[in-house]
Design a binder for this molecule. Structure first.
Ligand code: MG
Length: 160
């Protein structure tokens, strides 16, 4: 078994859709980024790559590459899962914590889990997504940004 950890953060700005875990959530601001800025998807992709010691998202999908401009980060996440499977690993379970003051994420967590499970091709029971505020402190608390932390457990797959 192998464990991987990922972190990501994005600035929240006006004029960008708020996309998290592949789910669009109505909000007046959204993450700035070369791709869609989906911090959850990026942290989770890094956790999966990290478990396989395959570098990070930026190595495989550089933000200097116009191909990934406004990319759907769930496509990048799916590609990272495929890299892990190609390296002989199956994704066991993943756990993600998103830190943002607003919008409230609780009503969207089930949809996010379903989207991630579908993207990773694992059971939703093996996908955990939690949301925290940081009680007004720091960049996640004052509305400046959003952060996500993820861990992923991968297992050597039989015969892979
Ligand atoms: Mg990112």
């Amino acid at each position: 078994m192998r464990v991987g950890h990922g972190f990501d953060a994005h600035r929240l700005v006006e004029g960008r859709p708020f996309v998290l875990g592949g789910v669009r959530i109505p909000f007046e601001r959204g993450p700035l980024g070369h791709s869609d800025g989906d911090a959850l998807a990026h942290a989770l992709a890094d956790a999966i790559l990290g478990a396989c010691a395959l570098g990070d998202l930026g190595v495989h999908f550089p933000d200097t590459d116009p191909r990934w401009k406004d990319a759907d980060s769930l496509e990048l996440l799916a590609a990272c899962a495929e890299l892990a499977r190609g390296a002989g690993y199956a994704i066991g379970n993943v756990d993600v914590t998103v830190v943002v003051q607003a919008p409230r994420l609780a009503p969207h967590l089930a949809a996010i889990r379903a989207r991630l499970a579908e993207t990773l091709r694992i059971d939703p029971a093996n996908v955990s997504v939690k949301a925290k505020s940081s009680e007004g402190m720091g960049y996640t608390g004052d509305g400046t940004g959003i952060a996500a932390y993820a861990v992923a457990l991968l297992e050597r797959s039989n015969g892979a």
